[in-house]
Design a protein. Sequence first.
Length: 496
Amino acid sequence: MKPSISALIAQSPLGLRSLVDGSAAGLEIEWVASSDLPDPTPFLDPGQLLVTTGRQFAEFDVADYVNYVDRLVAAKIVGIGFGTEVFREGTPTELVEACQMAGLALFEVPYRTPFLALIRWVSAQIAREHRRRDEWGLDAIRAISSSVLTGRVEAALDELARRVDGSVLLTERTGHTVEAFGRDLFAESVVVVDAEATRLLAAGKRGGRDLQTPDGVASLQTVGRGGSLTGILAIVTAERPDAIARLVANTVVALLEVAGEQVDKQLAVASRLADQSLADAMDGRFDTMRAVMGILGRDLPEGPLVVSAQSLPELRAHRRAKQRALEAGWPTGSIEDVLIVIANEAAWASSGAAREGERVGVARGLGWSRLAAGVERAQISLRRSTDTSPTATWGEYSVGALAEITSSDTVVAIAQTMLSNASPELVELARVWLAHDGQWDSAARSLGVHRHSLKDRMRQLGRLIDLDLETLNGKAELLVLIRSVDRAQANLPPRQ
């Protein structure tokens, strides 16, 4: 029971009698103040109940009563309790009429009931309400913590919305709401929250703010460490939250931050596994990639495949994009800051995997035996993408330029000079290796040698002609050199 005037008067042992039902009679009493001053307002706080014996009314006229009551209303006093038979019998008629005009609650306190009894009752109710709110807060924190510990952050936010009887919004680092829980909100409320969230995140500092929305009061709190904020938690309720509700909200923010750190660690581990699986698969070994997908209950997608390359320098965004790909059942991995994703052609077409506005390179129609070539083609296509044409697909442009380059007199002369440092046997091994798109296992099987032996010979060739054949640029240069020499030996006319 909240300590309101209505609830106080209902306590029959006190013997109180209502004289005026004021508009604030149902509001919570913050405290009980006793004063016989002609103007007690300098010593009163909003929400208090004033009790008086009326000694100050001895020289009052009608206008004085009106002014007295008006000052109490302006000070946001919830009502007056008049103690009778101390200085006069009954409650002054002028006080009753003034309270009626102002809509201020007024009740009569009999001589047998001390003001201390009123104070004790209100104090007990306030203490009981505080205990109830404390218990509510502890119960809410326990329930929310249990949800987080199960690994379901969404369940925790849904529980928070239920506990505060409102709505909970979670924004990403851009300030845009990505998830909403609890009651549905007006679109205008979401716009207001997103705008303020964007401002708080742009400042880069931990903090919060309350603001009015069409649905009530939105309390915003940053999530994450200063300088690396990850988003905003916003709670929208009909009224401004009290201290206990704020404590629960702050606890949720702390749990989100801890959960976020755990997710980051998990993403880091998954990211490293995915990177290793991609490197192995490009070498023709698919056991690691198959094991990673098996952990997720997925199989390797069947061909034809689409290989995409996307540059994501921001580490957290990179890891989350990689996690989304894995959850979708798509093998993935990284080459420096470029995210490689492998998908089935049909699944890729129906998913809209390349987000609008993001630059991505794509290679299509591949089988697993051509994965390394697909990755290189996707990377080359990525470099061709632009802001106006963000998706670049291999094959959607002319490749005749390579023939132009390899047949020029200058390139042929350079190629013959560089390759003269290597034996014909090494050059032939390189020709077969490149014909297998640089895949060690398939090239080694074709040549009838061990893959490690082939690797050693290619390292030897790289040293002789001063090229790093572990890199895409080195392989491309070697391809140009070999094609130029082949054209010259075939006596094909050079292009000027």
